[in-house]
Design a protein around this ligand. Structure first.
Ligand SMILES: *Cc1c(COP(=O)(O)O)cnc(C)c1O
Length: 486
């Protein structure tokens, strides 16, 4: 299996080559030159597999350059009941992403698929845990080292640290805005004592952290010398790892391949639902893929109108589902490439317009950039939006009707799912975090604290290990160099 850039850069690469990189040299994103197909017979054979067994079958189709026995060992180490131990009462941790039927009456079936039972209680663990093991494997093969440098306002940074802690050949330098994360998020990251994890609390806001990451990344000589890499949401291996749970959800919710299911996905950077799109392109019988956004509705706007209009920082709201507070969906280019039938020159032109004029228009209206919006339905996409009042209401209703506490992002998903659910087609909502992570809003909605999984009870009281630093790029560079010894 070979990979090429959405903007046409010709050099085909294999899975291992793109694993450690980010964007393609032309600024595009990597995609396989064709999607591997899954036959009905294969799907049948996969019904009885464990999560790790299924992950092996799916990943094998994409990572053709990794020897099968190595790949199997990697997935078996990753998807264990011990790693995904935060399953809630009534869930079986061994299923890794257990399903819970919330409602099944009058042909209407609403199902929650738990993706947030991993170490940091959010769905990012599903892919990041695999990435940690893949990185360790690839680096050992090349006898190489990697220093991951990133900025976080919460979920991604902690998922990366928990995936990379103790891994040979890898260090993580993670910037976060000093005293701006929730006490829970701060404790989760800063209580790690592993010598290969470096938490740097920057005196500033998240944008200051991100600016420092950009400044360091733009110094190519430094980046090369210090072997700096990233693990952001465009990483292809992260997307592929997420494809697996769409197969798991489908196979667990159906008994025959003649049945279809729909998925609703709380979305921000379009990484999670992009994996659903790929599963559908591989032949998984998915009916609808419903994009759920919060007040930051860039994606909902596109799927309603065909206009993609990225937001400026001042128009990006801080909401109570903060992991979806994005102004620009970094994986969206992968879908647009498919929507345009792989016309890389047009993809390049359209995303060039995103940089220069802030968006493009495929509505087919006079003066627009094309009329491909009319083809969106063929890919199963629909969308909807949920705001703070909806979240509170949904959290209360789900608690009352089904006796389960959901987090704010999942609440956005359920609100939108209920607007799109159809008789006879099970609707699976992806649960992207556990409520303990966003306790402030649970208190507001329910007047009590969210329950915490075992082991997290006193996390704020654990000793913390971090460095406070001013937003000074030179100081940052010196700090990394001193700790890598490179
Ligand atoms: C990252 C995240 C999302 C959004 O996922 P995308 O892949 O960016 O669309 C939704 N919910 C939670 C809890 C997250 O951490």
């Amino acid at each position: 299996m070979q990979y090429a850039s959405t903007r046409g850069h010709a050099a085909a690469q294999n899975f291992s080559e793109i694993l450690l990189g980010g964007l393609a040299p032309d600024g595009g994103l990597y995609l396989p030159t064709s999607y591997p197909q899954v036959s009905g017979a294969e799907l049948d054979a996969w019904r009885g597999l464990s999560y790790a067994g299924l992950a092996f079958e799916v990943l094998k189709k994409f990572a053709t350059d990794i020897p099968a026995e190595d790949l199997r060992a990697i997935v078996e180490k990753t998807y264990t009941a011990d790693v995904y131990r935060n399953a809630r009462l009534g869930e079986d941790a061994a299923q890794i992403t257990p399903l819970r039927v919330l409602e099944d009456k009058d042909g209407r079936k609403l199902i929650l698929q738990a993706l947030s039972n991993g170490p940091t209680l959010a769905f990012k663990d599903m892919a990041m845990q695999l990435l940690g093991n893949l990185f360790e494997y690839a680096l050992a093969k090349k006898q190489a080292e990697l220093n991951i440098f990133g900025a976080t306002s919460g979920d991604t940074g902690s998922a990366a640290e928990y995936a990379m802690r103790g891994k040979k050949g890898i260090r993580v330098f993670m910037l976060s805005p000093h005293k701006k994360m929730s006490a829970f998020q701060t404790a989760q990251m800063f209580s790690l004592q592993d010598p290969n994890i470096f938490n740097i609390a920057v005196e500033g806001v998240f944008d200051d952290c991100q600016d420092m990451v950009k400044a360091v990344s733009n110094d190519l000589a430094y980046k090369e010398r210090q072997k700096i890499g990233t693990v952001n949401s465009i990483n292809w291996a992260r997307v592929v790892a997420q494809v697996v749970y769409y197969f798991r959800g489908y196979l667990s919710a159906t008994t025959s391949n003649a049945q279809k299911v729909s998925f609703t996905v709380p979305s921000g950077n379009f990484g999670n639902i992009c994996a659903g799109h790929i599963a559908r392109m591989m032949g998984l019988p998915i009916d609808k893929l419903v994009v759920a956004t919060n007040e930051n509705d860039v994606l909902d706007e596109f799927f309603r109108t065909g206009v993609y209009r990225v937001r400026k920082s001042a128009e990006t709201w801080h909401t109570t589902s903060p992991s979806m507070d994005i102004s620009k969906a970094s994986n969206f280019e992968r879908f647009i490439y498919d929507l345009l039938d792989g016309d890389a020159a047009r993809v390049k032109a359209l995303f060039g317009k995103v940089e220069t004029v802030g968006g493009f228009d495929l509505s087919g209206q006079p003066g627009s950039d094309g009329d491909e919006f009319k083809k969106v339905a063929r890919f199963g996409f629909q969308s909807g939006k949920s705001v703070h009042a909806d979240r509170l209401n949904t959290i209360r209703q789900v608690e009352k009707n089904y006796g389960i506490t959901i987090d704010t992002h999942t609440a956005d998903g359920i609100k939108v799912a209920l607007e799109h659910i159809e008789t006879g087609v099970p609707m699976i909502v992806l649960e992207t975090a556990l409520p303990a992570k966003f306790n402030e809003t649970i208190r507001e909605a329910l007047g009590r604290d969210a329950e915490r999984p075992a082991g997290f009870e006193n996390i704020e009281a654990l000793p913390q290990r971090f460095e406070v630093m001013t937003a000074d790029v030179e100081k940052m560079k010196a700090y990394i160099a001193a700790n890598t010894g490179l």
